[in-house]
Design a protein around this ligand. Structure first.
Ligand SMILES: CSC[C@H]1O[C@H](OP(=O)(O)O)[C@H](O)[C@@H]1O
Ligand code: ADE
Length: 291
């Protein structure tokens, strides 16, 4: 078997990966509550995949209620070494039309009503988010998306908004001035939690609309977004197949694999044993204990 186990977080329009061999939906629970759905485990060639539909099958869960801590914990506990998130995004740039794929490399986080960390009183950790995505995995995803037939922009800044309402025109124009390229409601705090869980993370944004910045009368409508989602989703799923074909046999270590070694600030005697127990698999490597 390959040294990689790839977790796929499927966004709007991607609720399963039909190509997985030996596919099985499995129940999981976490100390943070249940994840968005069962996990779909399976293989493509010799690479193990673990897929999770971010909003649950049938798109039951709104962006602000996605339990990202449970999702990331479940994927870590399932043995994932790396995470690829796929998201529907609005475009804030003329040159990124609907249908385009953007492999995101930066974020501005404007979400306000979601737990943003696994750590709390009893164990404090500060991880770096200077480079929030994994360059190696992002490059592999960009190449895989191209082989799947997509037009791909490598790099771009994702504005994470709270939602569920779409932005006002003034907000959309402001995000453009901030230098953002695409907008969505889900990649934060997901990317932050992936970092805390020592999971290299890549985000592939599939553009579904131009948001509302282009002028009076422009607005986002779910029907148009869904139509574009359906057109993008096959390419998104094919990306996963192409990714499996192109992963190097060996997985060289990533700096993200050991990020907690330099992040824990609470002195050992002041740490809350119950919180350490709750964090389980997330801390097992760095504290050298069984999960
Ligand atoms: C259906 S449009 C709005 C919805 O789509 C995006 O979700 P995801 O990132 O999971 O693909 C966006 O963030 C909103 O949740
Ligand atoms: N315009 C938009 N704003 C926020 N999230 C989105 N997801 C898809 N399109 C979006």
């Amino acid at each position: 078997m390959s040294e990689w186990t790839i977790g796929i977080i499927g966004g709007s329009g991607i609720y399963a990966i039909d190509a997985l061999e030996g596919a099985e939906w499995i129940d999981v629970d976490t100390p943070w509550g249940p994840p968005s759905d069962q996990l779909l485990t399976g293989r493509l060639g010799d690479v193990r995949f673990v897929f999770l539909p971010r909003h649950g099958r049938g798109h039951r869960i709104p962006p602000g209620e996605v339990n990202a801590r449970a999702n990331i914990h479940a994927l870590k506990a399932a043995g994932c070494t790396d995470l690829v998130a796929i998201s529907a995004v609005g475009s804030l740039r003329e040159e990124l039309p609907p249908g385009h794929f953007v492999v995101v490399d930066q974020f501005i986080d404007r979400t306000v009503a979601r737990p943003h960390s696994f750590f709390e009183t009893g164990l404090v950790a500060h991880v770096s988010m200077a480079d929030p995505t994994c360059e190696r995995l992002s490059a592999l995803c960009a190449a895989a998306a191209e082989r799947a037939g997509a037009s791909v922009r490598r790099g771009g800044t994702y504005l994470a908004m709270e939602g569920p309402q779409f932005s006002s025109r003034a907000e959309s124009l402001m995000y453009r001035q901030w230098g953002c390229d695409v907008i969505g409601m889900t990649a934060m705090p997901e990317a932050k939690l992936a970092r805390e869980a020592e999971l290299p993370y890549a985000l592939v944004g599939m553009v579904t609309d131009y948001d509302c910045w282009r002028g009076a009368g422009e607005k986002v409508e779910v029907a148009a977004v869904i139509a574009q989602l359906m057109a993008n989703a096959d390419t998104g799923r094919q990306l996963v197949v192409e990714l499996a074909r192109s992963l190097p046999a060996r997985r060289e270590p990533s700096p993200v694999d050991t990020v907690l070694d330099a992040a824990l600030i609470t002195s050992p005697d002041a740490r809350d044993p119950a919180l350490i127990e709750k964090l389980g698999i997330l801390l097992a490597r760095t504290l050298g204990r069984q999960a």
